[in-house]
Design a protein around this ligand. Sequence first.
Ligand SMILES: [Zn+2]
Length: 468
Amino acid sequence: MSFLLIEHADALVTMNPNRDEIANGSILLEDHVIRHVSDQAGMHAYLVEHGIAVDKSIDAGGCVVLPGLVNCHHHLYQTLTRTLGTAAGLSLFDWLKMLYPVWAGLNSDGIYTSAKLGLVELLLSGATTVADHLYLFPNDSKLDDSIAAAHDLGVRFHPTRGSMSLGQSQGGLPPDEVCDSEDHILDDSVRVIEEFHDAADYSMCRVGLAPCSPFSVTAELMRRSAELARSYPGVRLHTHLAETLDENRFCVKKFGMRPIEYMESLGWLGDDVWFAHMVHVDEEEIDRLGHTGSGVCHCPSSNMILASGIAPIRRMLDCNVRVGLGVDGSASNDGNHLLGEARQAMLLQRVGWPGFESRADRFSARQALELATLGGARVLGREDIGSLQAGKAADLVAFRVDDLYHAGAGSDPVAALLTCMPTSVWLSVIDGRTVVEDGVLSGVDVENLVNDHRNESSRLLVRAGLRG
Ligand SMILES: [Zn+2]
């Protein structure tokens, strides 16, 4: 048994049912679980009452402490092809058509290295839990490669076994060379669930199934994936949906239905499903998401960089839709800063969406922080993360607010995390293990990692004829 005490935080944001924020806050971790949360005086009394001698204490004066942030949608492999297409200003379908042939050169080493690099970036921006969507497996690539990277870093991971089966020859968007047979996809899905999925509380790895999108898999694969996922406890379903007007037009033309109606016809609405994006939805569709408990991952930077549109997140929250936050793949962002993504969400919802005027009071910094913590936990179906309460997993982060970037923001240090420019974590604890302390990530040679990543990226670009 080991006790870690983090104390004297300027503010400790609990995200508990009362949304308490504790000034001069203190939190006691016992191994991988939160034991007690209190102000400084209350913590002192608790330690005396229970006769607890702490093994280590960290002074978080000058910091805001938060539940570890939760990233609900990503394609970590895309760190290898940042700026390709986005620099040129391509929209989603043209961007994908440019990148599919480049990604066809991916291999096992590339998946591992890119996942590790993206996860390091996420960790330093406050993420402690990350969902990833890997949907193409060229050469010797496997889901195992990204799981190994998360395991090596100690990140709580929700890898989703993605898939593409509807190639151009069958009317889909991707070239046939990056698609796979449906029998093989389902066999490999069983393999990774049985090998890696852990449905228990405090799990460090939960596998999901994630056919890529309505324009890259068949209806049959969507149906069979849902059946397979539901035959295991805690295996959730994930896909891209209603991301662009092009996609809506594709669904109406090919299936005679808008995307949500199409997914409903396949048994894909429910509290074990979450969709990335949900930009182009009408009022009735938002109600249907709320009533069925289906989750949404909001990816504001990606939606802006690909000019996909503005998701009506404020409206979704008002209709009790579960909403989390994701940086999306690095080739459509092109960064992995999750706290920065919360800022983008706040800004974009204030701007509004078509038919709604801009309003500065529509979305607060605290609402955006809730998307990035408790909201994400709900989307991933986790009761054990997302808030700082006794009995929850020992996942927390601290950001300094006494630095250059927050000077003068003492009236509200919590809001300042997003109204001022987002910074890197000063402290990160995942599953009770201190991963970042004093701003330094332990156990990773970042320079070597960046070098390996540069080599993998160059190899892909040379192979695709985009670099000599
Ligand atoms: Zn995506």
